[in-house]
Design a protein around this ligand. Sequence first.
Ligand code: MTE
Ligand code: MO
Length: 171
Amino acid sequence: MNKRTVIIMILVLALVVGIFAFINKDMVKDKEEIHENAEILISDSGKEVKLTFRDIKDLREKDFVANLKSSGKPAKEHKYTGVPLKSLFERADIDIKDNNQLSVKAIDGYTVALGVDEVLENDNIYLAYKIDGKPLGNKEDGGSGPYQIIIRKDQFSQRWCKHAVEIEIND
Ligand SMILES: Nc1nc2c(c(=O)[nH]1)N[C@H]1C(S)=C(S)[C@@H](COP(=O)(O)O)O[C@H]1N2
Ligand SMILES: [Mo]
């Protein structure tokens, strides 16, 4: 192999690596955009407020640990990232303290009821969007997000509503 061939091979390799890095960067950006389009609808007797991922991330983001009990597996501790659920109502200018109950609805129809008293507790109910530092992912890719309700005190995780899309204040 002469010197010229070696130089050409190195240039071709560098070009290939560069193209792959470029494509990968675009793919990562697309994923982030899909994730950032995740919205939550809050409804309170006729009033509807839509919060975007940006709105939610601008609230009091916090890392916390909680024990996930997945079906057929022993409970496992995970680090979640999210915001206290009650901060969403503050952001939407909805005062829930004179209400009793609200329900969280998921894209698969799963609905959980939450008492206003427990929602107002500190460090118990969160709207999470990351698990162990990674986005929760959506239903299609086997994840539990883009948003999941985490109730630290619910040891069996039944009310940890995955794929949450709407919160309705009932009464
Ligand atoms: N949207 C939605 N959320 C859900 C469920 C569900 O079927 N749909 N199952 C619940 C139950 S019974 C459990 S134990 C936890 C954990 O579910 P996993 O077994 O899929 O991890 O999610 C809860 N949240
Ligand atoms: Mo479950």
